[in-house]
Design a binder for this molecule. Structure first.
Ligand code: ATP
Ligand code: MG
Ligand code: MG
Length: 548
């Protein structure tokens, strides 16, 4: 691998391997099971698993499950499903809660060294003595308790003698440190709450800072990668490992992924789910992995996107159009083209015999010869899209499609000429009439005719009726990190439009959930899980037009 093509974390790893600091690398992806994964997590997943693959190391999945109030097995299961969908497999599967016993022992060791103490100050009282970055804090009156008293009180905390908030265990570091995280941070707090894995075994739980780095160390994680907001936690991460004299995992930070027109924060996404602003975590408008999967994005496209974003140490916002571009490119390669008519109007070929059905051959994917061809039945009554007809069109140079006396080709079929139309009571075109030219069969045209317009069509007799869900951006504001009001004020009220009048060519009769297709000239669609035996439901993954 060329050195210049490595990002800064890869360079660091290469140095550590070349210098013999590590024989092999160990990374981990450490989600808290308090929500579904989003596209931001995909960056961390691709990074941690990708590095292990690239350098022949290992990557663990570790659930940082130290906040029992907010966590649930539903989230654990969804996280595993999403990682697998992205195409990664973890080496070890671990839970910070599996280490609660070890962590308790670590805390006792700190107390015995005089590096931790039980504090009775309430959160508010501590905040009053904590100071500010420029004003040193004062010591808690409980800071100088004896080792014996601290050990006893800590054990009583564990045994359930105290109520929530009555006592905490703090690291004894430096109340005048310019880094506020070093001013006697909390290591353990009391929570009389059932945990989704340990039940009621514990009523004290370690804080993020105490659990995270120690879990890394227990697993011999060599490179602990996290987002930039944890940079200020690094001195504490290192202090704890040094005090405990345990395996020296090293923390390195990278910029989090932010995406335009959406939010990547589990807390905010949970708010959308709970407030029923969306249909659930997997609503196709959500930036969750489960949402984009249901929408029709592919893991390959997501990974291409993450690769293009790259790894850096500067926070920024990535244009969602870059993700959409990757999706379009991938779907263009993999999807068969079919005819789907969003706004159907009937077209009758008056010189075509009543019951005649002629087999036409359609190309499945012009980008992929191996995708082959399919048969389509051409009949007297067809559907075309209302948008392809104009009652009073401008000159043929400006309007290639159908209009009175105009000729177009029905793709894979014949050239037809419009001979008239009827209107319904509502004034809308109800039926269009045309005649076909028998000498113009697609592939066997002997007429010498040239027409510019080519239209999609669906045989009325063989049409499959479907519902499509057209999605637009969930928010109408580009940068949701910049706003001062409630992010929910920025929701796009028109992010979902349902059309249940769609007709599809007969070949889609057997479409299955998760199938991806391109409706010619319309967009890419995925068959949704809401489909029933009577009605197919398609999600529009993305339009054809690229504005990247
Ligand atoms: P959120 O703010 O959405 O709750 P989090 O960081 O609290 O995210 P975790 O479950 O703790 O969520 O995240 C697991 C891993 O994914 C962490 O290492 C975290 O740094 C990383 N991660 C989370 N969000 C992003 C993001 N937007 N870009 C890159 N990495 C992320
Ligand atoms: Mg977190
Ligand atoms: Mg969070």
């Amino acid at each position: 691998v060329k050195r210049e093509s490595l990002n800064f974390i890869e360079q660091l790893i290469e140095n550590d391997l070349n210098s013999g600091k590590h024989q092999a690398i160990q990374t981990r992806f450490p989600p808290e099971p308090n929500g579904y994964l989003h596209i931001g997590h995909a960056k961390s997943i691709c990074l941690n698993f990708g590095l292990a693959e690239k350098f022949n190391g290992k990557c663990n999945l570790r659930f940082d499950d130290t906040n029992p109030e907010k966590e649930d097995v539903e989230y654990v299961d969804s996280i595993k499903k999403d990682i697998k969908w992205l195409g990664f497999e973890w080496d070890g599967e671990h839970y910070a809660s599996d280490y609660f016993g070890t962590l308790y022992g670590f805390a006792q060791a700190l107390i015995k060294k005089g590096s931790a103490y039980v504090d009775d100050l309430s959160q508010e009282a501590f905040n009053e003595i904590k100071g500010t970055p420029t004003v040193p804090g004062k010591h808690s009156p409980f800071r100088e308790r004896s080792l014996e008293e601290n050990l006893l009180l800590f054990e009583e905390m564990k045994d359930g003698k105290y109520k929530n908030g009555e006592k905490v265990l703090r690291a004894k570091i430096d109340m005048s440190s310019p880094n506020m995280h070093m001013r006697d941070p909390i290591l353990y707090r009391i929570r009389h709450t059932e945990h989704h894995r340990t039940g009621n075994e514990w009523c004290i739980y370690p804080t993020y800072d105490f659990a995270h780095g120690q879990s890394d160390s227990i697993e011999h994680v060599t490179h602990s990668l996290c987002t930039l907001e944890f940079e200020v936690h690094r001195p504490l991460y290192e202090w704890l490992i040094k005090e405990l004299e345990i395996f020296p995992s090293k923390q390195t930070e990278f910029a989090r992924l932010n995406l335009s027109y959406t939010v990547v924060s589990k807390r905010k996404l949970l708010e959308l789910v709970e407030g029923k602003y969306v249909a659930g975590w997997d609503d196709p408008r959500m930036p969750t992995i489960s949402g984009i999967r249901r929408r029709g994005f592919t893991p390959e496209a997501v990974k291409t996107f993450i690769k293009k974003v790259g790894v850096a140490r500067r926070d920024g916002i990535t244009d969602v159009a870059l993700l959409e571009h990757a999706v379009r490119e991938d779907l263009n390669r993999r999807c068969n083209r079919v005819f789907g008519i969003l706004d159907p109007v009937k077209l009758v070929i008056t010189n075509w015999p009543e019951d005649k059905e002629e087999v036409m051959t359609a190309v499945n994917n012009p980008e992929d010869e191996a995708a082959g061809t399919r048969e389509m039945l051409f009949t007297r009554e067809l559907y075309i899209d209302r948008a392809d007809f104009m009652e009073d069109p401008p000159s043929p140079k400006k309007w290639y499609r159908l209009g009175p006396d105009r000729e177009v080709r029905l793709k894979y079929g014949y050239i037809i000429k419009c001979t008239g139309f009827d209107k319904g009571a509502d004034g809308e075109i109800a039926t269009i009439y045309a005649e076909y030219d028998p000498e113009t069969r697609s592939g066997q045209d002997t007429s010498g005719k040239k027409v510019k317009g080519t239209l999609g069509w669906v045989s009325v007799k063989h049409a499959v009726h479907a519902e499509i869900r057209l999605y637009d951006r969930l928010f109408h504001t580009e940068n949701l990190n910049d706003i001062e009001d409630d992010f929910k004020n920025h929701l796009n009220p028109n992010s979902l439009e349902i059309n249940d009048k769609v007709v599809l060519e007969g070949s889609l009769k057997n479409a299955k959930v998760d199938d991806l297709v391109q409706f010619e000239r319309v967009g890419y669609f995925r068959v949704d899980e809401d489909s029933t035996a009577d009605k197919l439901v398609f999600n529009r993954t993305i339009t054809l037009r690229d504005n990247w």
